[in-house]
Design a protein around this ligand. Structure first.
Ligand code: HSE
Length: 315
């Protein structure tokens, strides 16, 4: 029977001021899913590694199997599939861990079923995976994980997703301080009303950020990485957040903010060398204060998910 192995990348959602509407993919970390078709007519979740036993084992409750079940239901196909999930990134981290798993599963099953849906058509299935994982079907992790690059969710109703150009030479320092902030909680603490003056600042920045990406103006990108609505609320949950911003800017970062709902933080930089310098300085700040940290440096991943092995049926 046919088998496939797919890698799907971590993502930086919000990109500072674009809460729920902007996100980009990185090259590392990410998740890997292996799938084997079989004759059982059931979707089973047979292996989960790298989660310390914390993710649901029930196929209806785990994002990767749940999205595969919905996809097959949509096609009206009773196909047996055995799924293996290899978590290669932390979860509850703000790096889009549930998205990476769901996207790897969807790309895998779609490929095994002959590529019946386009990547864009897979997006609503991946969004339902997010609803299962955190109670809200936001697309700013799953869209870049699935489509690669930097993605704007122009509208949710109807869904309108725009892939934006990514300037050459942009590099991202990404750090996961070892404190856990569940997305559900990080969304619950947000205010549901905002001042019009904050809204004006925010939409100026979102427009500036998009303009910066479209024109390759890195300084404009940096100036626009200011979030006056969401970040001030969530920053309190992240150790040394404002110290880290100062350090990042002092070491040459264009801008610094929270990755997704945190606690991960990211800095966009001109060139990999600067990103490495910034990452090192931030890592030192955290570890010298007794906080464990995972550090990644990556350019923006414009390819998205990757099929790393495909085995045809042997008769
Ligand atoms: N836009 C979402 C949020 C991303 O900030 O809650 C979650 O990773």
């Amino acid at each position: 029977m046919k088998s496939i192995k797919v890698f799907a990348p971590a993502t930086v959602a919000n990109v500072s001021c674009g809460y729920d509407v902007l996100g980009f993919a990185v090259h590392t970390p990410g998740d890997e899913v292996v799938m084997h078709l079989n004759d059982s007519k059931q979707v089973s979740l047979d292996v989960i590694e790298g989660d310390e036993g914390r993710l649901p084992r029930n196929p209806l409750q785990n994002t990767v199997s749940a999205v595969v079940i919905n996809y097959l239901k949509h096609l009206g196909v009773e196909q047996g599939v055995s799924i293996e999930l290899y978590k290669k990134m932390p979860f509850g981290s703000g790096l889009g861990s549930s998205s990476a798993s769901a996207v790897a599963g969807l790309v895998g099953i779609n490929e095994l079923m002959g590529g019946r849906l386009s990547r864009e058509e897979l997006l609503p299935f991946a969004m339902e995976g997010e609803r299962l994982a955190c109670g809200n079907a936001h697309a700013d992790n799953v869209a870049p994980a699935l489509l690669g690059g930097l993605v704007l969710i122009r509208s949710y109703h109807p869904l309108d997703v725009v892939k934006l150009p990514v300037p050459e030479g942009l590099s991202c320092a990404l750090l996961y301080p070892h404190v856990e902030i569940p997305t559900k909680e990080a969304r619950r603490i947000l205010k549901d009303r905002i001042h019009i003056s904050d809204a004006v600042t925010q939409w100026g920045n979102v427009a500036g950020l998009v303009a910066g990406f479209c024109t390759g103006n890195l300084d404009l990108i940096g100036r626009s990485m200011e979030d006056v609505i969401i970040e001030p609320v969530r920053a309190m949950l992240i150790p040394y957040f404002y110290d880290m911003r100062e350090i990042a800017i002092a070491h040459g970062a264009l801008g610094f903010s929270i990755s997704g709902s945190g606690p991960s933080v990211f800095a966009l930089c001109k060139g990999e060398e600067t990103a490495r310098r910034v990452a090192k300085a931030l890592e030192n700040k955290l570890s010298s204060n007794g906080i464990g940290v995972n550090t990644y440096v990556s350019s923006i991943n414009t390819d998205g998910p990757k099929v790393t092995a495909l085995t045809a049926a042997s008769h």
